[in-house]
Write a protein that binds this ligand. Structure first.
Ligand code: AMP
Ligand code: ZN
Length: 113
């Protein structure tokens, strides 16, 4: 399997894990863009949100709710945080296995770059 995040999920490439259940694996981003920067990754390989289907709706909802819980556990849910899902070239996606960025612990700016 050549997909980086599939290899992290199966344990053949190391990562710093934060949380795992039967549907998602969460680990710290290698190049954090905020004091807390986690990646919420579905165990199912989906290349990008463009490839998601209606049968993935519950999984994508679970990714969002997992992020919310992790933000609460990290202590910055009330102050606020950012969830980002990049898609393809113009969206800035570099790893083609669906993932949700959870960024928190500092004030964010808008618009993003
Ligand atoms: P994106 O650009 O939205 O596809 O996000 C991919 C993210 O994966 C980037 O923020 C990278 O810093 C991160 N990343 C790349 N390789 C690794 C790795 N081996 N472990 C953890 N995060 C990684
Ligand atoms: Zn994958």
């Amino acid at each position: 399997m050549s997909c980086l995040f599939c290899q992290i999920i199966e344990g053949s490439i190391p990562a710093k894990p934060c949380y795992e259940d039967d549907k998602v694996f969460v680990f710290h981003d290698l190049h954090p863009q905020a004091p807390t920067h986690m990646l919420i990754v579905p165990k199912k390989h989906i290349a990008s949100i463009n490839e998601a289907t209606p049968e993935d709706a519950a999984l994508i909802g679970h990714m969002m709710l997992t992020a919310k819980q992790l933000a609460k556990d990290a202590g910055f849910a009330e102050q606020g945080f950012r969830l980002v899902m990049n898609c393809n070239s113009w969206g800035g996606q570099t790893v083609f296995h669906l993932h949700l960025h959870l960024l928190g612990g500092r004030m964010m700016t808008w618009p993003p770059g």
